[in-house]
Every structure is written in C-alpha cells, then in structure tokens.
Design a protein. Structure first.
Ligand SMILES: Cc1cc2nc3c(=O)[nH]c(=O)nc-3n(C[C@H](O)[C@H](O)[C@H](O)COP(=O)(O)OP(=O)(O)OC[C@H]3O[C@@H](n4cnc5c(N)ncnc54)[C@H](O)[C@@H]3O)c2cc1C
Ligand SMILES: Cc1cc2nc3c(=O)[nH]c(=O)nc-3n(C[C@H](O)[C@H](O)[C@H](O)COP(=O)(O)OP(=O)(O)OC[C@H]3O[C@@H](n4cnc5c(N)ncnc54)[C@H](O)[C@@H]3O)c2cc1C
Lengths: 464, 475
C-alpha cells in the first residue's frame, strides 16, 4: 500500500480545520492511542485529531482522500481485535468529543445523538425518562459509535437483539468526504439497499458515523435474576436449549465456571453470592409486572432443577442483582489479571451446539497443555474463550496460541459457526476470516469495501 | 434508460438452457405462455416487459449454471417468485431470462431446538406457518399476500405487514441465505446464528435488494413461539384525522405494543365491503383502525385489549367492536386484505403507493394526501400499516378523465406526494419496493450520492449488470 507520508503541510491543514488544541503529533499523542484492549497489536498514528463536527470530519476526509492519507476512526479504544489501531499510521480521528445528545423524540421513541456519547451515559439519560436502550455490552465506557461499528452484542441479546436492531438511521461521512443520511426515523423501508446495515458492524472501514438515530423501548418495570448452580459445566450448558425450547424468553442467559468466578472475586475483592459449585447459569427476566415475570421464571427454574441444577437463587433486590452483574461484568478484566497475556476467541455457533463446543475447548487444555477459560452468552450461541499465556516464553506462546486457535475456529466452522459473534474481525482475526469465507467470499467483501472506499484510505488493513 | 446493451437470447442459448434444467422447464418462443411472466400485480399495462425465455430451475447448481451462461452471453436475468409484487420487480424490462423459482418449494428443515426454519425460496409464505403450527412456532414477518406470495419474494422486497408493529418485518427474521451471485458463484451468507459480526453484513444487504444482487436459493428464518391467542378491535372514528392521530398515542401512552394497527378510510372499507358483499356499519364512520393484540397469556391479553379499547375511546373512537374469536377476526381481516383487489376491479387506471414516514408523522402525511387529492379532484382510498407509519394510498383516476389527462396529471400528483413524504423524513416505499415503478421518484427523497452508492454496490456483485437491470435505479 502506497500512502502519502504525513508532512508538515498536512498538519497545517488539520490545524486550519480544528485549531492547534485538537491536533496532536509525536510525543503529544498518548501511548494509549497505539493500541486497544487487545494486547499484541500496536502502532502509533502520525497525527491524532479530536473532531467536533460533521463538517470537520468531512473536510478532513476530503483532504485525506485527495492526498491518499490513511485515516482510522477511534472511539474509546475498548475494542478487542485491534480494529481502532492505525496499522498504517496516518491520521487518527478521535470521535470522543462529538458526545452530545441531539434529540429525544418521545412520539417516535427515538434518540438522536453524536457518536462519542458513552454507552453508560445513554442508559442513564433514557432510564431517567422511563425509556430503555436494550443493547448492553459489557464495557459501559465504550462509545455508541464504536458499538455501532462493531455491532456490539451484550447481555440482553437473547430477548432484545443486538446494536443493529436499534439503529434506525445514521449520518455518515464517506471516505471522499461526502455526507450521507442513511435510514431515518422510519421503522421500515424498502427503498433501495440497506446501506445502513452495511455500515453497522463495518469496523470503521466503510464510512465514519457522525450521527445516529437509535430506537428506544419503554423501560421494563421489573427485573429479576436467577443464579443457578450446577455440578458441572456441560450439564449447565445442556440445559440452555431446553430453556429456549420452553418458549420462556429470558433477557439474558450467561454461563460461568467456578474458576472464572474465583478470579472475579479476587479481582474485585468482593464475594460472589455463591462459589461452591463448578458451574452456573445466570438468567435475567424482565417485564412490566411481577406476576408476568414470576410465571416465566418458575417454569425455567423447574426445567433447571429437572436437568440437574443444585439450587436456584433468586435475586429480586436491586443490590443483589447489581452484585451479580457487576461480577459478571468484570470477568474479562479478572481473567486478564490472572495471567501475563491472553487472546480471545469470540466464535458464535448454532445455539444447540454450544455445549458441544465448550466441551471441545476444555479438552484442548490437556491436549495443548495450556490454560483456557471461558464464559459467554450461552443464550445466543456466542462464546468468549480465553487462551492464557501464563509463564510460557514468547515463541512457545505464539505457537501454541496459533495451534489452539486453528483447531477452535475450524471446529466452530464445522458446526456451522462463524469467527465472531460480537467483537469483530479487526486486524487480529483476519486470518480466520479468510479461512471461513473462502476466496470468492473475501473478494466479495473487498469489492464492497472498494465500492465505498475506492482508494482504501479508511481504516486500511482491517476486516478484509 | 439503461445504457447497457444486452444480447438477444438465441435458439442456441435456449437449447443450452434446456440442457441445464430439462426441456419441460424452459418456455421459449411461445408468446402466450411467456406473456404470463411479463407483469406482476400492478394494475394496468404500463409496467410490463416480455421475457425471451422463462426458466424454472430446481437447484442452486442449475441456477449457477444459468447465471454463468447469462453472464458470459450478456443476457439479463430477472428472478421471479409468485409475481404478486406491486413495484414491477419481477418484470423483465430488458427482456432476457425470467428465472421462475416456483419449483424450489421445499421446507427443508424445521429446527425446533434452534427455533429456526430452513426453506427454499419458492415456498408460499403461509405454508411455512401451516407447517410450524404443530410445533407451536411461528414466522412473524409475513405480508398480507401470504396466501400467494413466496418467501423468496418477501426477502427480496423486505416485505412486511401482518404483525410488523410488534414483531418487525422480514429483515428481522432472515439469519442466513444461500445466494447464487450474478456471476454464478454459490455463496453462504450468515447461518443458523442469532448474532454474527464476521465481515460485513451481506445478509441484510440482500434483504430488500429486489433480485438485483443475487438469487436466494435457501433461506434460514428465525422463529418465535406461536402467540396462541389473538383479539382484534375494530375502532370507528368520525374522521381520518382522529383515527390516525390516535395511533402514536396508542403506542406511547399504554406501553402495550399491538401486533398490528391497520388503518382504513371509509372509501377503502366501502370498496372492500361491496367487493366481498360483506357488511359492517361504516356509514357514519370516516375511518377505522383495526388493532390486533396477541400473546400466549389469555388473561393478560384481556387486560390489554380493555386498556387499548379504552384508550381508543379517549382518543375519539365512537365505537369499538371486539372480535375475540377466529371467525369474526377473519371477517375483519378479510376486508382489510381485499381492499387492494376491490379497487383493481373497480378501475384499472390507478396508482398504488406505499409511502412510509416516522410513525408520529402519519397524521401529517395522511392530511397532506387528502389535501392533494381534493385539489386534483381524485379519490384516494387509503389503508395500511398505520402502526409502522406505512400507508397504502391508491390514487384512483376519476372515470370521466381521459387517459391523456390521467397520464399527465399523475406524475405531478406523485411529485407533490413524495415532496411531502421527504419533508417528513419518510421514504418512497415501506414494503413494496422501488422496482421499475418508483425509481423515477427516488431522487425526490434521497440524494444523488446515495444512488451512486447503490450503483457502486451493485457493481461489486454484478460487473456486467445482468441481474434484474432497470430496477431501483438506472444503471
Ligand atoms: C471489559 C470489556 C467488556 C466488553 N464486553 C463486550 C460485550 O459484552 N459485547 C461486545 O460486543 N463487546 C464487548 N467489548 C468490546 C468493546 O467494548 C466493543 O467492541 C465496543 O463497541 C468498542 O467501542 P469503542 O468506543 O471502544 O470503539 P473502538 O475500540 O475505539 O473502535 C471500535 C471500532 O469502531 C470504529 N469506530 C469507532 N467509532 C467510530 C465512528 N464514529 N465511525 C466509524 N468508525 C468508528 C473503530 O475504527 C474500530 O474499528 C468489551 C470490551 C471490554 C474491554
Ligand atoms: C393483495 C396483495 C397484498 C399485498 N400485501 C402486502 C403486504 O402486506 N406487505 C408487503 O410487503 N407486500 C404486500 N404485497 C406485495 C407482494 O406480495 C410482496 O412484495 C411479496 O413479497 C412479493 O413476493 P412474490 O413471491 O410475489 O415476488 P415477485 O413479485 O415474484 O418478485 C418480487 C421481487 O423479488 C425478486 N425475487 C423473487 N424471488 C427471488 C429470489 N428467490 N431471489 C432473489 N430475488 C427474488 C424479484 O426479482 C422481484 O424483484 C401485496 C400484494 C398483493 C397483490
């Protein structure tokens, strides 16, 4: 790839658009901007710009397009696949200052906002008004722009779906600086290809999001969680399809193992409500009345007990609920803290194969003599499996990681699964995408990329 | 029109097509039989085009061979489902091959554990739900034409309607597709996965692409538990303003989300009743809402319909009839489903529109429509999916107008309508698609850059522009 190297004239241009305060070069760029939450992939951008408006983004893109300079959009950098790392240097567009709520439309139940608003700010804003933005990925300090670009999933996907299901409209800046509106406040649309859906999940490679219209729901009035201990993980996971089949629709179905809970207790310095069993299912139910929820969870509690659950703990107070879910939210950090380095596999498989797949990955621990931990969204087939480096030397680690991933991804593929359920492909998972899509499939992705970005200047080196 | 030059389908190519699918499944040279495939359900003769051959394949492999041949020979190919479309999507406007999918009509797998069903594109939509009933599962994305249309056509149009207010339209239920691309490759997109961020989302790109990006040969649909109980409320209002005005309130005030909220104005109901020889008391009524509530809990449903009924009264309904058994429900829905057909019989000179606006802007849009109709002196039976902000307006030519007058006034009327729609943040089509019928109005609502982008995306799939050309946009 032959990109123009950033020169002082380019910096001058950026300063002319944004002023000196918001343009950073060299040592002035914080080291954090060279990587995301995934270890191992890092590169500093040549210049980092904090943009504040669509017009600025458009002017910069037009300039970058004309001059063939790579541009990497960046939210909070909490991604897990290196998608927001400037692999070819150039300009990093930091979207975090575009963080305003623009309009709450209570008649259409939509929220219009800028991409840098944080997920936690959204939930606070809407819940104060008795409204609800359902997607609930673990990392609450991520930006909505990042969430949309990774089509983030999260804890409530079983009942409510993922970020895509709540994106009604987008304003985007194309790689050549053109500003476009995609979708809108309409709830259905058969007027041309859904370009909006192309952008959702495109990991900053097709366009830059400068505004989003989100769909909201009325806030469910009651929530209850069930923590259900099982003597062993397989038994817990085998129960999940039975729950789904019973047609009760929980908000969340998560599975966890004892090791992970212990790690979280140590990490948080707080006790989990129970840590005596080998495995747990964590379920949430929500709704508008107590009776409605009780009816649903009683059925499910019985299914679990019939399938070998040791007990059913009901947490119906706000505090207990929060205690359990904050522990769940810390799993990733906790596992990370328990080792020297790790990498993640975020495969998704058909729901009925979750049990089989988890069993398979556990066997890999012995086969490759390496520590593997997992937890995940059992209710939607999306697993987070972590391979831990511990004391391995660099070369052994790289080799083992490669070998383990190779078998994991190819087994997922055999089961009808895919490389990523919610964290994306970014930079780190590209080799596995190649394997799973085949040559024609990858070429199709590349053709689409070129249709949006003929010069390949927007976040190059990612996805395909 | 399209700048691309296509080749003529020669007898040699026809023979090759016969080799691929078998003699019995190619129609060639028989004008009468070809004529059947020259139109869809748009009334009148304006949006027609004769195919040079109709081919009825039975597998993805056959379709792949046909596409390779067509791509090589530069012959346009138009996929066709049941031909129930209302935007001319299945009409071969540049001639060439019509690829009719009626033989690929198998339900391949009802996967109860994953709550999914895998079907071929030629399955009649309603048959899916018939087959699912014994498993107490349900496909919720179906349109009103469910008894005739094919699921493949639904996916291609992103159809919706039946229960879209609560359950959403087709796109929400399509998880996986097997697609034969314009160059003849067979690709698997998505799968039996409820979430998937592996590469760009080509499944959602395919949904609503009107047969211009590829041919669906297998479809994985997500299912929901069958809502076993349903109650319908027929709410009578004095005028349209009150009826449509009640819709946004219904949804936001009660916190209850009905499965559907259908709107019908008086002319529409009258037309359908006369056509069906049916009687409901519409004389005093300016407009009606047909509100459908469903669920798996009968008691809760009863509470809900009480609440919704009350709310309708508070917002101006002077009468609310409750239909809580299937036969009365069916009578009401039959009226709703037959409005379109009634007006087809009544006049061939008409234009069926499918505008969609943000739900809360529906009153403004309908008021605007009525103003425009009055000014031009035409009648506009209006009906449709009010809960989604999607209304079907039939612009009906007055019997005394000459063809010339109609042909010259209609574009002006539509121009005005779409300008209103654009100003309200709406779109030209909520569910019927653009096809060849509405493409000339696209630029009223979207920017030229957007249309260029559509073209660029098409090119990524279809380098020789052979796949259903002349639809959505000019090439
Ligand atoms: C502890 C932890 C828990 C997590 N849990 C979950 C989870 O449950 N579910 C889940 O899905 N993810 C989860 N994640 C991953 C991560 O939080 C998400 O991927 C999130 O969406 C990233 O948002 P961000 O603002 O940090 O974006 P970044 O990491 O900065 O960027 C992500 C991608 O979006 C692009 N991008 C950002 N903003 C824009 C914009 N405005 N326009 C165009 N492109 C843009 C970037 O180029 C990049 O490709 C977790 C991460 C951590 C650290
Ligand atoms: C009385 C009546 C009521 C209706 N009600 C509704 C309603 O409530 N909601 C609604 O949305 N629509 C409605 N419609 C419109 C129509 O039924 C839908 O658009 C339907 O989805 C078309 O399906 P079809 O099989 O008839 O497709 P066709 O008309 O044959 O084709 C439609 C489009 O799909 C493409 N296509 C078909 N099969 C495939 C395939 N396998 N792969 C790729 N492309 C394909 C064609 O090329 C064409 O562009 C109604 C129509 C009628 C006549």
């Amino acid at each position: 790839m032959n990109y123009k190297q950033i020169a002082s004239a380019d910096i001058d241009f950026l300063v002319s658009v944004c002023g000196t305060d918001r343009v950073y070069t060299g040592k002035a760029i914080n080291e954090d901007f060279s990587h995301d939450e995934l270890g191992g992939v890092s590169r500093m951008p040549d210049v980092m710009v904090e943009v504040t408006s669509t017009e600025e983004v458009s002017a910069i893109m037009k300039y970058a397009y004309d001059n063939n300079i790579p541009v990497t959009p960046r939210g909070q950098g909490t991604g897990l696949v290196g998608a927001s790392v400037a692999m070819h240097g150039g300009i990093m567009l930091n979207m975090c200052r575009m963080n305003h709520f623009l309009e709450l439309d209570e008649d259409n139940l939509t929220l219009t906002l800028e991409p840098g608003v944080l997920l936690m700010e959204i939930s606070k804003f809407v819940e104060e008004r008795d409204l609800f933005y359902p997607p609930d990925p673990g990392e609450k300090s991520a930006t909505i722009g990042g969430n949309i670009n990774t089509n983030a999933g999260g804890m409530r996907a079983v009942k409510y779906g993922v970020t895509r299901d709540y994106v009604r409209g987008l304003e985007v800046v194309m790689p050549d600086g053109t500003v476009m509106e995609l979708g809108g406040k309409v709830v259905k649309n058969s007027s041309g290809y859904s370009l909006k859906d192309m952008i959702v999940g495109s990991e900053g490679t097709l366009a830059i999001i400068t505004k989003a219209i989100l769909k909201l729901l009325p806030l469910p009035q009651k929530t209850i969680s069930l923590l259900i201990p099982f003597p062993e993980l397989e038994m817990a996971i085998e129960t999940v399809p039975k729950i789904i089949k019973s047609k009760a629709i929980p908000t969340a179905i998560e599975f966890m193992e004892r090791d992970v809970i212990l790690a979280a207790e140590e990490f948080l310095g707080k006790k989990f409500p129970d840590n005596t069993s080998d495995a747990y299912l964590l379920l949430t139910f929500d709704g508008n009345s107590k009776e409605e929820i009780e009816k649903a969870y009683e059925k499910v509690a019985h299914i679990c007990l019939d399938s070998g659950a040791l007990d059913v703990f009901i947490s119906n107070t706000q505090e207990r609920h929060a205690a359990i879910w904050s522990a769940r939210g810390a799993f990733l950090e906790a596992i990370k803290a328990s080792t020297t380095e790790m990498d993640e596999c975020d495969v998704v498989v058909p729901r009925k194969h979750v049990g089989e797949f988890v069993k398979f990955t556990r066997q890999l621990q012995d086969r490759f003599n390496i520590r593997i931990m997992s937890f995940g969204h059992a209710g939607d087939g999306n697993l987070h499996i972590y391979v831990l480096r511990d004391q391995l030397d660099e070369q052994t680690w790289k080799q083992k990681l490669h070998d383990v991933f190779e078998v994991m991804y190819s087994h997922a593929l055999e089961l009808g699964g895919k490389v990523s359920g919610e964290h994306g492909i970014g930079f780190a998972k590209k080799p596995y995408l190649n394997d799973s899509m085949g040559e024609y499939g990858i070429n199709l992705l590349r053709n689409i990329k070129l249709a949006f970005d003929p010069k390949n200047i927007l976040n190059p080196g990612k996805v395909c | 029109m399209d700048k691309v030059k296509y080749r003529t389908l020669t007898p040699e190519i026809a023979a090759e097509l016969k080799r691929i699918v078998g003699d019995a499944y190619v129609i060639y040279g028989d004008k009468e039989r070809l004529e059947v495939f020259s139109h869809d359900e748009i009334p009148g003769t304006e949006y027609r085009g004769m195919p040079e051959a109709v081919v009825r394949p039975d597998s993805a492999a056959q379709i792949s061979a046909i596409m390779k041949l067509a791509n090589l020979e530069k012959i346009p190919v138009t996929p066709r489902g049941a031909g129930s479309g209302l935007s001319g999507g299945a009409v071969p406007v540049s001639g060439g091959i019509v690829l009719c999918l009626d033989r690929m009509n198998r339900i391949l797998d009802i996967d109860v554990e994953n709550m999914m069903v895998e079907v071929e594109p030629g399955v009649v939509t309603n048959e899916i739900n018939e087959a699912l009933r014994k498993h107490k599962l349900f496909y919720a994305g179906y349109p009103m034409s469910l008894e005739t249309c094919f699921i493949g056509g639904n996916v291609a149009e992103n159809a919706g309607g039946g229960k879209a207010v609560k359950y959403g339209v087709t796109s929400r239920y399509v998880l996986g597709l097997e697609v034969v691309t314009p160059t003849g490759e067979i690709v698997e997109l998505g799968g039996k996965l409820v979430k998937d961020v592996t590469g760009y989302n080509m499944v959602q790109l395919m949904v609503g692409s009107e047969g211009t990006l590829g041919i669906f040969t297998r479809i994985v649909l997500k299912l929901i538990p069958l809502p076993e109980f349903q109650v319908d409320l027929l709410c009578m209002f004095r005028n349209t303003e009150e009826a449509v005005g009640a819709v946004p309130r219904l949804m936001t005030v009660s916190g209850i989300i009905p499965a559907s909220i259908e709107y019908m104005n008086r002319i529409a109901v009258k037309g359908a009743c006369e056509y069906l020889n049916e009687s409901i008391p519409y004389e005093d009524c300016g407009a009606m809402l047909l509100v459908s509530l469903d669920g798996t809990d009968q008691e809760r449903l009863a509470d809900e319909y009480e609440a919704v009924g009350l709310l309708c009264r508070e917002h101006g309904a002077y009468e609310v009839y409750v239909a809580d058994n299937p036969s009365i429900s069916e009578r009401l829905w039959r009226i709703r489903r037959n409005i379109g057909e009634a007006f087809n019989v009544f006049s061939k000179r008409q234009s069926g529109e499918d505008m969609v606006v943000p739900p809360a802007s529906l009153p403004a849009m309908v008021a605007g429509l009525e103003r425009i109709a009055e000014r031009y002196g035409i009648s506009v039976p209006c009906f449709g999916h009010a809960g989604d902000g999607n209304v079907h307006a039939r612009l009906v030519c007055p019997p005394e107008w000459s063809d010339d007058k109609w042909n010259s006034e209609l574009p002006m009327i539509l121009d005005e309508c779409y300008r209103d729609v654009a100003a309200l943040g709406g779109r030209i089509s909520g569910e019927h698609g653009i096809g060849c019928k509405r493409k000339k109005y696209m630029d009223k609502v979207v920017s030229p850059e957007y249309i260029s982008m559509l073209r660029a995306v098409k090119k990524a799939f279809d380098p020789n522009w052979i796949m259903n050309p002349g639809k959505i946009f000019d090439l």
